[in-house]
Design a protein around this ligand. Structure first.
Ligand code: SF4
Ligand code: SF4
Ligand code: SF4
Ligand code: FES
Length: 944
């Protein structure tokens, strides 16, 4: 069945003051501020409309929604007229019918009459309204001045703009402004000549448009239309599922024809995205059926051999016998596994269970190691939970928003749009980032303070802010006394009040003027609702965990934890990075962040799994690679992660992989790590399986199978087969049974089940007897650990120092159109926006080196060298260069070092001392890797 959400015409109002009126003789009560149109829709009466839709404020231009109100003259527009107590409204009268027919007649006289062959046929509001008002004839004919020859803009890879069908309702313009916050569209000219325009005479692709799709969704006609629907036709059924890209976790309607996806439309009832999307989730799903998909299992004896396609049975038995052989020869601890933050909770749970129960070791880790492991450590030390404190909607009540080391408009775009909306309403913004990210200054947004610190000095800045708050009497003493451990607080107060933390002292490391830090600290402390949002620019440092604790200290000192509009919120990178951590993917923690050395916890799992778990934590990813190079670690199972592209110091990673005797990769494509593998198990995309993802707000969202798994099995089924072949029996017939086991063994998931998820749409953990409907805001009355704990956060500069050989600092990040290692987005039309990784460099640094915009440059660190194109960028400060890591050939992580966070080993991706110089050739690594890659990816196909 095709799911069509109700369009109430105008946005919901949340006032607690209620208003009662009568519409068509029926009484209805709604919140104050609601439009008459919406009040009517809530009682089931659809007033005809064209220019209104409930994702944007009403505009009142088409007049089709006119109504009559007793005692009032004229026919007011119901979309712009608010309800009042006692109003008597009529929506269907002879006068209104005539008026509406006249309006429709004018619209249709300037509209192509190709309804039967139009791609929107059957899903067009103009067509519907012509029917609703009973239009039978157009008295003006079709020969007058019209727009029927207007040119089509097909520049955007994903949607077309056919101006001949535009009714200039401006829903697209308002969606771009209000929902997305990009302000890319305008209505050019006036009256009959008015047209929708993307920027100053540019086409969509060349404009400011970020291809979020909000305008396409808002358009009531076929003017803005998805190319996939134009090609495949209107969908015939819907599967509601969750985006598999970033940690926002947007809900989507996969709109299907049979087993073919024709459109991904953001789901209005999605509790994380409320019907909005970004270019990745909305449009970049073509990779799921890309010709590069590997759908048959493969094995080989040596990594220089060609791959051989085999049956599932052969591949699984081979992998299992290799792991058993290695354990028999080198000891139990010679093998391990890596879970994926891309896979479902259920799949991740099974992989860690297999490693602990079937391998009998705790050598399990996850890609969160290299992104948000300091979040887990830092927030659990201070607050008692390894997760963010709020839901996304909380930002609607923030008065000050502090964004630290995150770039939400690129990496978490739907949340970025929600944040921008709040900023346009007047919330103040502080950005702490070495780069001038979009949020610092963009359409109708301007940061009050941008603290453009030197990379690696986060802790110095946060300490300086805390120093100001403590020494200027800005601490919320009551809150601290009531909610926090006073002995720890007093210790911290003495520490932070020391003058070495004063902004005037830290300025010499951070480069940020002391006065700016003081003003930012005062602003943060001056309101009741100040919220911190942070990303990998906080965690991926040698002091990542210290910085997380520094932010938590600041939030506690100012009373900004435990209520809506405040909090400390990690913006998680991958779709299920929160879930993979929750599911016990770290070597020292069982599901629910319970330490493996705790006897009572282990006993619970021993009893449920029928094993005796090792009380000692196992190896982390970097330790596994070091042990492989030392010769004591020989076998690795990796599900859905590409450590040979994503992890730092690639040459060290690949040396570790090459030293192993059995590397088993489970993925959808032959990734870079698979170049070093002996067994390849084809994986499935989010469209091919059931399960759940947990987003950055701790929200557990359903993932539903829309198409059959291309390799024949979903990933969770493959792990079961492998575990069984290893001799540890697993028996589940559906992921819901795995979730039942997770809920039984994990206190924070106790109330979670597929039935509850179906009923509620999604659930934010903790969900248990104390919070049966989940927990949108954490630590409301008290911290999870009891009393909030202030931690000492001494600033220790990273050992990675600039000097004469490497005078610049390289910092890395992501951009909007590409995702992580690019395996998916590179296989979509998103390459139109980012065909290659480039090096952003400040004009001053470029000039010193004779580098012009577009030149090829070599970038060298003490661990490696690569080459790429230079782009001179105003975003950069002198002395700092920036690149992305979306393309394997660039090898950005050949340069990053293996310095890491002191507490969690999270790599220091954000600070690498480098030199940049002009170059006309590829680096040695690039040349050798290209040759090895080519040789290692040959496949001997099985006869069909
Ligand atoms: S493109 Fe669509 S939404 Fe925009 S003005 Fe034209 S008809 Fe309205
Ligand atoms: S796709 Fe998004 S950014 Fe582009 S014009 Fe439409 S609403 Fe604006
Ligand atoms: S914001 Fe994130 S979850 Fe939402 S559509 Fe974009 S990539 Fe997907
Ligand atoms: S829908 Fe109300 S004026 Fe257009």
């Amino acid at each position: 069945m095709l799911i069509k959400e109700t369009d109430y015409g105008t946005p919901i109002r949340l006032s607690t003051n209620l208003v009662t009126l009568t519409i068509d003789g029926q009484e209805v009560t709604v919140p104050e501020g609601t439009s008459i149109m919406r009040a009517a829709a809530e009682m089931g009466t659809k007033v005809p409309k064209l220019c209104a839709t409930d994702s944007i404020e009403a505009f009142g231009s088409c007049r089709l929604c006119a109504v009559e109100i007793e005692g009032r003259r004229g026919t007011p527009a119901s979309c712009t007229t608010p309800v009042e107590n006692g109003l008597k409204v009529w929506t269907q009268t002879g006068k209104l019918a005539k008026l509406r027919r006249n309006i429709m007649e004018l619209y249709i006289s300037d509209h192509p009459l190709d309804c039967l062959t139009c791609p929107a046929n059957g899903n067009c509001e103009l067509q519907d309204m012509a029917g609703v008002v009973g239009l039978r004839d157009v008295r003006y004919g079709f020969k007058g001045a019209n727009h029927l020859d207007a040119q089509k803009d097909e520049s955007n890879p994903y949607f077309t703009f056919d101006a001949s069908k535009c009714i200039v309702c401006s829903r697209c313009v308002r969606a771009c402004e209000e929902v997305q916050g990009t302000f890319a569209l305008t209505i050019d000219s006036r009256g009959f000549a008015s047209t929708v325009s993307a920027g100053q005479k540019e086409d969509f692709l060349g404009s400011e448009c970020v291809s979020c799709g909000a305008c396409v969704q808002a358009c009531p006609t076929a003017t803005l239309m998805e190319k996939t629907i134009i090609e495949a036709g209107q969908p015939e059924h819907t599967v509601i599922t969750t985006c598999a890209y970033c940690g926002v976790g947007c809900s989507f309607k996969a709109e299907m024809r049979g087993t073919e996806v024709v459109n991904m439309e953001p789901y209005k009832d999605g509790q994380a995205n409320h019907g909005h999307s970004c270019v990745k989730g909305r449009f970049a799903w073509g990779y799921t059926t890309h010709q590069d998909r590997i759908t048959k299992p493969m094995i080989r004896a040596k990594i220089t051999d060609p791959w051989k396609e085999v049956t599932w049975e052969e591949a699984i038995n081979h992998a299992a016998s290799e792991f058993k052989r290695i354990q028999a020869k080198y000891g139990k601890g010679a093998v391990g596994g890596i879970t994926s933050s891309r896979c479902t909770n259920e799949e991740t749970y099974l992989v860690q269970k297999m490693v602990r129960a079937a391998f009998g070791v705790n050598n399990v880790d996850t890609c969160a190691r290299v992104c948000h492991s300091p979040t887990g450590y830092g927030l659990s030390q201070t607050f008692g939970t390894s997760a963010g404190t709020q839901n996304f909607d909380s930002v609607r009540e923030a008065d000050v928003i502090m964004v630290i080391g995150a770039n939400p408009t690129d990496a978490h775009p739907v949340f970025g749009s929600a944040m921008k909306k709040r900023l346009r309403q007047g919330a103040k913004l502080i950005v702490i980032d070495p780069r001038r990210i979009d949020l610092v200054k963009s359409a109708h947004i301007k940061a009050t303070h941008h603290l453009a610190l030197k990379p690696g000095t986060n802790v110095a800045i946060i300490n300086a802010m805390a120093h100001v708050i403590v020494t200027e009497g800005l601490v919320k003493e009551d809150y601290v006394a009531e909610r926090c451990d006073m002995a720890e607080f007093n210790r911290w107060r003495d520490f932070i009040a020391d003058k070495r933390h004063a902004p005037e002292e830290t300025e010499k490391y951070t480069g940020v003027p002391a006065a700016e830090v003081r003003k930012a600290a005062r602003l943060y402390a001056s309101v009741n609702n100040a919220a911190i949002y942070y990303g990998l620019g906080v965690t991926e440092h040698s002091q990542g965990s210290t910085m997380v604790m520094g932010m938590a200290n600041l939030a506690m000192a100012t009373g900004n934890v435990g209520h809506i509009g405040a909090g400390v919120n990690p913006l998680r990178g991958q779709n299920n990075v929160q879930g993979s951590c929750d599911m016990g993917s770290f070597p020292h923690e069982l599901p629910g962040y319970r330490h493996i050395s705790t006897d009572s916890v282990r006993e619970q799992f021993n009893a449920a799994w029928g094993v005796t778990l090792d009380p000692e934590p196992g190896l982390r990813i970097p330790n596994m690679l070091d042990a492989a190079i030392d010769g004591s670690f020989k076998g690795l199972y990796v599900q859905g992660e590409d450590i040979a592209q994503s992890d730092p110091n690639i040459q060290h990673v690949t040396a570790g992989l090459a030293a192993m005797e059995c590397v088993v990769i489970q993925d959808i494509f032959l990734n870079e790590t698979a170049n070093y593998a002996h067994v390849f198990l084809p994986g499935t995309t989010f469209l091919e399986k059931d399960g759940t993802f947990t987003n950055a707000e701790r929200r557990i969202n359903m993932v539903r199978k829309a198409i059959p798994p291309m390799p024949g099995y979903a990933d969770w089924e493959v792990t079961i087969m492998l575990s069984n072949a290893l001799g540890y029996k697993m028996d589940y017939s559906h992921p819901s049974e795995i979730m039942d086991e997770i809920a039984a063994l994990t206190p924070t998931f106790k109330g979670v089940s597929y039935a509850r998820l179906e009923e509620m749409g999604s659930i934010q953990w903790p969900c248990n007897d104390a919070a049966p409907d989940g927990t949108p805001t954490m630590h409301i009355d008290k911290f999870v650990r009891g009393l909030g704990r202030f931690m000492i956060t001494e600033f220790v500069p990273t050992e990675e120092r600039v000097g004469p050989r490497f005078p610049l600092i390289l910092t890395t990040g992501r951009i909007l159109s590409q995702y992580n290692v690019g395996a998916q987005t590179r296989r979509t039309e998103n390459v139109a926006w980012h065909p290659e990784d480039v090096l952003e460099i400040h004009a001053h640094d470029a000039e010193e080196r004779g580098i012009r915009d577009g030149d090829n440059v070599a970038i060298v660190s003490r661990v490696g060298e690569t080459s790429l194109k230079a782009v001179i960028s105003e975003r950069m400060q002198p002395g700092v260069v920036y690149t992305t890591f979306h393309h394997f050939g660039t090898g950005a992580n050949v340069i990053t070092t293996d310095f890491s966070d002191w507490a969690t080993n999270c790599p220091e991706y954000k600070v690498t001392a480098v030199e940049v110089r002009l170059s006309n050739h590829q680096s040695e690594w690039q040349r050798e890797n290209a040759l090895f890659r080519q040789a290692s990816r040959r496949i001997n196909k099985a006869a069909e």
